[in-house]
Design a protein around this ligand. Structure first.
Ligand code: ZN
Length: 243
């Protein structure tokens, strides 16, 4: 029984984690903020991505900023602010350094936290229960079919009984699929959290300047709120405000 649903879970988890690794590998190669920040900064108003603009591009006052791509497209314009690229970098350095400052504490509490957040023993128990219920239902369906073959029972009555059992069985399968997906998500989350922790462990000193590799390895996305607040969403699910 254990093996039967393990086999179903693995490929999907595998794909999720592979997609993340691919993204990370690509991000690891990023040579400029252009591809590091693209699709990583979201607008708190419309949920869309921020895009890059260069102001006064041919002058000595040239300045790179990021703003919501929908800012001037939508009828109800987004009120989220544009951000200077330098400010984004500085805010990230500050937030990441606060993680470094609490590194020991984070590392010490992390194993327990990972276990707690990604524990799927409850779902596994549910699945076992459903598997037993399904077997019982299956037996009832088989019995009904053979009874119908041996004796002359009212066909309308037979169809009614059969449909009721089949419906129950279908519902159980649906619940089971949901449980399998939940387990899958928790497994993928565990992988991401462990990768986040690994990056943090490897970082021995606080950042003196912006580091694209660390941004890509640890940050899920940066959300910009309309009140100019920044919220860094890290890959382990941690949300930290930025200045
Ligand atoms: Zn927007």
């Amino acid at each position: 029984m254990e093996n039967s649903h393990e086999a179903i879970i693995e490929p999907e988890t595998y794909e999720l984690v592979q997609a993340e690794f691919k993204r990370r590998k690509k991000a690891g190669n990023c040579t400029s903020a252009i591809n590091c920040f693209a699709s990583r900064i979201t607008c708190g108003d419309c949920g869309g991505f921020y895009g890059r603009k260069v102001w006064h591009s041919n002058t000595k006052y040239a300045q790179t900023i990021w703003q919501c791509n929908n800012k001037f497209i939508r009828k109800a314009k987004c009120t989220t602010p544009h951000l200077k690229e330098e400010l984004i970098k500085k805010a990230f350095v500050d937030v990441f350094n606060s993680l470094i400052d609490n590194k020991e504490e984070i590392i010490n509490s992390y194993d327990d936290l990972i276990k707690k957040i990604t524990d799927y023993s409850k779902e596994e128990k549910e699945i076992e229960k459903i598997e037993i219920e399904s077997e019982v239902l299956q037996t009832s369906i088989e019995r009904l079919i053979s009874e119908n073959a041996r004796t002359t029972i009212d066909q309308a009555e037979y169809a009614k009984k059969y449909n009721a059992l089949a419906q129950k069985h279908n519902n159980l399968q649906k619940i089971m699929q949901t449980l399998i997906r939940d387990i899958d998500k928790k497994k993928a989350k565990r992988t991401l959290m462990k990768a986040f922790l690994k990056t943090l462990k490897q970082q021995r000193h606080i950042l003196k300047e912006f580091d694209e590799k660390i941004w890509s390895a640890t940050l899920n996305y940066l959300e910009v709120k309309s009140n100019e607040m920044l919220v860094f969403h890290f890959k382990d699910g941690r949300e930290l405000p930025g200045a």
